[in-house]
Design a binder for this molecule. Structure first.
Ligand code: CMC
Length: 395
């Protein structure tokens, strides 16, 4: 059975060609279509970044306007989606709900079902980018028993999301520009990350020719796990757990547990398969974290102090240095989201909202690739060799 390369976890197998995102893990470099993430985060907004990822170039002013108008035309979801959502328990995890809702879109839009048809893919792409904030906000409003807020197209992409999340029909919601900007940055930093687990899932799922919304729902499902997108939620739960059990004085003790493999405890928000020097997104996120907390008057947030202490210890400790473990994007994004007022259980859904454009761009690229085939990994068989079935009485 030596016919195939055995590479568990795909540590050294390139499963596709891609021209979208470039990562140099040793240098800590991340480029979307050639542009450094540091420049995009400062000079562009999320919809410009979406245009870049989907079409290969940043939009000029006219293209930006057209793209924004196209997206905003699709921000509402079919009213029947409400009834689908209402079938869930109010205390359902938002990622369970979102996996269902995104998959559910495939049942509503019959003009964008054929993944091999570029027009169908285009309209599915726009719909997904437009509707994700609406779906995430609906999942949240449902969980707290408040009425759903319809999208408001005069607002920015991030501003509209805060309106649907925190507004109520009782009074006009005023978008806080600090919160709007921080969210927009979170979206940009999470927009794409080449062939990570959820993106590979979307490619594999889409490679069978399935419905495009269903392929994205598969990405949402994969992102949920704590080793991937669920790390932001897991990281904040970890910080809250330390805080509740003695706080900063107990950081050293917690780190000993992390280093003791038998404990099974990991420092969530640390480590990355590709980044072995630093995660450039983490640096930008920490900057946003400092800005948001100071502008909202939350600099004294004990969880921020805890996070900084954990990072300080980890950056000096042999265990982490030898294994090249550095904070990843999720180490600080949870603190920012919490400061903004987003509940911990919704963090990964916000990540999914942002990553949707990356999933779609990668799906489009795959289908446009003349070498694309259905994904079909092989195996090294380790089971029992051929044997005969005995009649029931003899077993
Ligand atoms: N805390 C403690 N030890 C760790 C951690 C951690 N967070 N991450 C890795 N290690 C250890 C690991 O036990 C292993 O030790 P040894 O060599 O002694 O067996 C060594 O470091 C190498 O780790 P690995 O698990 O072989 O590396 P990987 O590339 O398979 O896993 C990872 C990468 C991100 C899944 C892992 O670092 C991890 O579980 N981190 C915590 C979860 C997390 O923050 N995930 C978010 C990733 S970034 C956002 C995203 O793109 O989704």
């Amino acid at each position: 059975t030596g016919m195939f390369t055995y590479d568990p976890g795909f540590l050294s197998t390139a499963a596709c060609q891609s021209a979208i995102t470039y990562i140099d893990g040793d240098k800590g470099e991340l480029l979307y279509r050639g542009y450094p993430i540091e420049q995009l985060a400062v000079n562009c907004d999320f919809l410009e970044t979406c245009h870049l990822l989907l079409y290969g170039e940043l939009p000029n002013a006219a293209q930006k306007q057209t793209f924004t108008e196209t997206v905003t035309k699709h921000t509402m979801v079919n009213e029947q989606m409400q009834f689908f959502l209402r079938g869930f328990r109010r205390d359902a995890h938002p990622m369970a709900v979102l996996t269902g809702l995104v998959g559910g879109l495939s049942a509503f839009y019959h003009d964008s079902t054929d993944i091999n048809n570029p027009e169908h893919r285009e309209i599915a792409a726009i719909r997904l980018i437009a509707k994700m904030p609406t779906l995430v906000a609906m999942a949240y409003k449902y969980s707290i028993g408040q009425p759903f807020m319809y999208p408001k197209n005069s607002l920015s992409y991030a501003g509209n999301f805060t309106h649907m999340m925190f507004g109520t029909p009782c009074e006009e919601y005023k978008v806080n520009p600090v919160v709007e900007k921080a969210l927009d940055r979170i979206f940009i930093l999470h927009a794409d990350h080449e062939q990570n687990a959820s993106t590979s899932t979307v490619r594999l799922c889409g490679s069978s020719g399935t419905n495009p919304f269903a392929a994205i729902a598969a990405g949402v499902a994969c992102l949920w796990g704590p080793a991937h997108g669920g790390a932001n939620e897991a990281c904040l739960n970890m910080l809250e757990h330390i805080q509740a059990n003695g706080g900063i004085a107990k950081v050293g003790e917690f780190m000993e547990k992390v280093k003791d493999k038998s404990s099974g405890v990991k420092l969530m928000g640390f480590g990355h398969r590709v980044y072995k020097n630093y995660d450039p997104r983490a640096k930008l996120m920490q900057e946003t974290c400092n800005q948001v907390l100071s502008e909202l008057g939350l600099e004294k947030d004990p969880l921020l102090a805890l996070a900084k202490q954990l990072e300080k210890i980890a950056l000096e400790d042999d265990y982490f240095v030898q294994r090249k473990l550095y904070p990843n994007v999720d180490f600080y994004s949870g603190i920012v989201q919490r400061a903004i007022g987003i509940p911990v259980s919704l963090f990964t859904a916000v990540f999914a909202l942002a990553r949707t454009v990356g999933w779609i761009a990668q799906l489009n690229e795959m289908i446009g690739d003349p070498e694309y085939k259905i994904g079909r990994p092989r195996q090294l068989f380790t089971g029992t060799t051929k044997r005969d079935v005995k009649p029931l009485a003899q077993r």
